[in-house]
Design a protein around this ligand. Structure first.
Ligand code: GLA
Length: 330
């Protein structure tokens, strides 16, 4: 009899505690994290650190792929329906800024933009929306000067060297990076007439591969190639194109930007034209933006309008494992 009472008590205590867990989960702050290209390791890393922020602070992150405008706006509805109070976003197109802001306002969701800054209908940045991003021009300049250093070390004659610049002018951060890179080339004496601009149709490896291919076909006289682009994939596509055109690794130098998306390339047994990459801080981008939204919705602390993140470290075959480990990325 006693035993029965005891087990009934235990059972009801367990039921109450289970109910409390459910209530806790329902009470948990929820924050969305929307990214334009979920297939890019860069964005997967941002997500990983957003999850870490949530785990460290007892809230929940809803990770959503937002590859186009329609899916972005639909995601905001579903965030609101699921009880989220705000979100971080790397938008598929900065010009969606005004519609994203209007919709978020209607749904009472707080926004922090990451990586790609919103652009208003007047073509200017929407400086009212809190944004975290890097100094794109400075990173581009660094890419250009490192490429020139390496070309110098290899003793290349610049007259017989071409530079393919994979551009994506629709995106300001891309423009800032590639124009910065070209500036450094010119400042270091690279001949202007050997710089070829390849407009990429999409921001992925096929996009830069196709555009770079055209340049290689148009300029068959060049012996060596520098490959420029706004991120790792923009450079990797160019590297693949030089391989297709028969160039060997010693005659090609590419330096990416991100660092996250070249790990498999640097792990390849045979050296390729990809010399290295400028490793940024996706850990900071993911963790900090998530905390900015969390502190805003949970504590009423409004984030600053602009948070620059400027670290960019060259990783090569020699040091990439160590550098990525140091940053908790490997
Ligand atoms: C853009 C690029 C990404 C990454 C981030 C860094 O969004 O598309 O690959 O470089 O910028 O801020």
């Amino acid at each position: 009899m006693r035993k029965n009472i005891l087990s009934a008590v235990i059972a009801s205590v367990m039921a109450v505690s289970a109910m409390m867990h459910v209530a806790e989960a329902a009470d948990k702050v929820k924050i969305g994290f929307l990214v334009k290209q979920p297939e890019e390791p860069w964005f997967q890393t941002e997500w990983r650190f957003a999850d870490k922020a949530a785990k460290d602070n007892g809230f929940e992150v809803l990770k959503i792929a937002a590859p186009d405008g329609e899916r972005t706006l639909a995601a905001l509805d579903s965030l609101a329906a699921n009880g989220a109070q705000g979100f971080v976003i790397c938008t598929p197109d900065p010009r969606l800024g005004p519609s994203i802001v209007a919709k978020a306002k209607a749904l009472n969701l707080k926004i922090v933009a990451v990586d790609d800054r919103f652009v208003g209908s007047d073509g200017k940045f929407m400086e009212d929306v809190p944004y975290l991003g890097m100094d794109a021009h400075a990173v581009g300049q660094k890419q250009g000067s490192l490429l020139m250093d390496e070309a110098g070390k290899r003793g290349w004659k610049l007259a017989e060297t071409g530079a393919i610049v994979n551009t994506f002018e629709e995106l300001d951060t891309a423009h800032q990076r590639t124009s910065g890179s070209v500036e450094s080339l010119l400042a270091a004496g690279f001949p202007k007439e050997n710089i070829y601009f390849a407009a990429n149709r999409t921001t992925d490896i096929p996009g830069s591969f196709d555009a770079s291919n055209i340049m290689l076909t148009q300029h068959p006289d060049k012996k060596n190639w520098l490959i420029i682009g706004m991120n790792d994939n923009a450079v990797l596509g160019g590297i693949r194109a030089t391989e297709g055109a028969g160039f060997k690794a010693p005659n090609v130098i590419g330096i990416g930007i991100n660092g996250t998306d070249v790990v498999a390339e640097l792990e390849k047994k045979d050296v390729t034209g990809l010399y290295g990459s400028l490793l940024l801080s996706p850990n900071v981008h993911g963790y900090k933006t998530t905390m900015m939204v969390y502190d805003w919705v949970a504590k009423g602390i409004e984030p600053p309008k602009f948070t620059p993140v400027s670290e960019a470290t060259l990783i090569t075959r020699e040091n990439f494992k160590q550098k990525l480990k140091e940053m908790g990325l490997m």
